[in-house]
Write a protein of this length. Structure first.
Lengths: 249, 129
């Protein structure tokens, strides 16, 4: 078999063209996800407000697990999940004649992990970003504490560390890092737990099964069934952020 | 030649100011003279999936940066070394070495790593109020 000069050159160019692919394949094989990790395409949370008693155990578990400092000063407080009344949770829907039951009901609020997150858009360092599974994540290493995201978020889900957080922690959970002064933080849908096949801390901590976590992309998921069977509402839809925390009322 | 005195004074002043840092440190041992502990270094090298101290010295910052990207951005938490070992990518896994990091950085005369201001080393847990 004889190769013409032209064919030889063609083959040579193609081989050289493939080389970067081979290098990429070799380097990308160096990290892998944990095999236990929960897989989802659009993680979301449903809060059944008819079951919630406002015991706050979800918030205690979350804040303890994530080393969220209790600053004790409402202007500088740091929170990942917190309680509000109807008016605080749904200012657009609240009016003078909302029934008494609803007025007294506690609503647990947290980051909505929006499909169209303003915090991600405004972040100048890309410290906040949206993962393919829908979790709006923070890379604390990159946060410069400019607080644009706090201005951008219509849900008040973000807190700046005005103080050195370790000064306000009674005990530190060694499984999760703390933050430092000047860094913004928020709920991460327990991505560190999803990565090892566990559900979020708040969901596990709730004794009344008021919190349901699941994949919206999976039509058979518990959360989709729940949303299908019950009327639900979401916070501040008019902002167009497409939140992913649902409130069953 | 009337300036002799001034010139001499200037020269003395110059020598004193120029050698001030050396004079100040005379008789003090500010530099830790202990070389890095080879055993601890090998422990770190093992946890980072590199062969030896030399490779650790050269690559640890790049590897840690790669880990950060993989865990935070891509949600991948297992590092596969070139010889096929699987290592969990976590600073907490290295935490037993946090004091050692500082000691070695001190010895090398470079800034202490800031990792442990957030990542939790066992010593920090004890020190908390």
């Amino acid at each position: 078999m004889s190769l013409s000069r032209k064919d030889f050159l063609k083959a040579a160019v193609c081989t050289i063209g493939l080389a970067p692919l081979a290098i990429m394949a070799a380097s990308s094989a160096r990290t892998a996800p944990d095999p236990r990790a929960l897989q989802g395409a659009s993680w979301a949370m449903a809060v059944d407000t008819t079951k919630c008693t406002g015991c706050n155990e979800c918030a205690v578990a979350c804040h303890k697990g994530h080393n969220v400092p209790n600053v004790g000063n409402s202007k500088q407080e740091v929170k990942w999940i917190w309680q509000e009344n109807y008016e605080g949770a749904f200012p657009e829907l609240s009016h003078n004649y909302v029934d008494e039951g609803m007025k007294k009901r506690p609503f647990m609020l947290l980051c909505n992990h929006c499909e169209n997150p303003t915090c991600v858009k405004v972040c100048p360092t890309q410290a906040t970003f949206r993962r393919p599974d829908g979790i709006v994540m923070m890379d604390y290493h990159r946060c410069i504490g400019c607080r644009y995201c706090m201005t951008g978020c219509p849900y008040g889900a973000r807190s700046l560390n005005f103080n050195e957080p370790r000064d306000f922690l009674k005990e530190i959970n060694p499984e999760f890092p703390t933050r430092v002064k000047g860094v913004v933080e928020k709920c991460n849908f327990c991505e560190e737990r999803l990565a090892i096949g566990k559900k979020p801390l708040c969901v596990e901590a709730c004794r009344y099964q008021a919190l349901t976590f699941g994949d919206l992309a999976d039509a058979n998921s518990e959360i989709r069934k729940l949303l299908n069977d019950h009327p639900s509402q979401q916070r501040k839809l008019s902002f167009g952020t497409k939140p992913k925390v649902f409130y069953i009322v | 030649m009337n300036n002799n005195r001034l010139v001499a004074l200037g020269l003395i002043l110059f020598v004193v100011i120029f050698t001030f840092p050396v004079l100040m440190n005379l008789g003090k041992t500010t530099v830790q003279t202990q070389p890095p502990d080879a055993l601890a270094m090998q422990g770190l090298a093992d946890k980072l999936g590199v062969k030896n101290e030399q490779e650790y010295r050269e690559k640890h910052m790049q590897i840690l940066s790669e880990w950060k990207g993989a865990v935070v951005r891509d949600g991948k938490r297992i590092y596969v070394t070139q010889d096929g070992r699987e290592i969990p990518m976590s600073m907490e896994n290295l935490a037993s070495q946090s004091q050692y990091c500082n000691a070695c950085h001190d010895y090398a005369g470079i800034e202490k790593p800031k990792c442990w201001t957030c990542h939790v080393a066992p010593d920090d847990v004890k020190g908390v109020k």
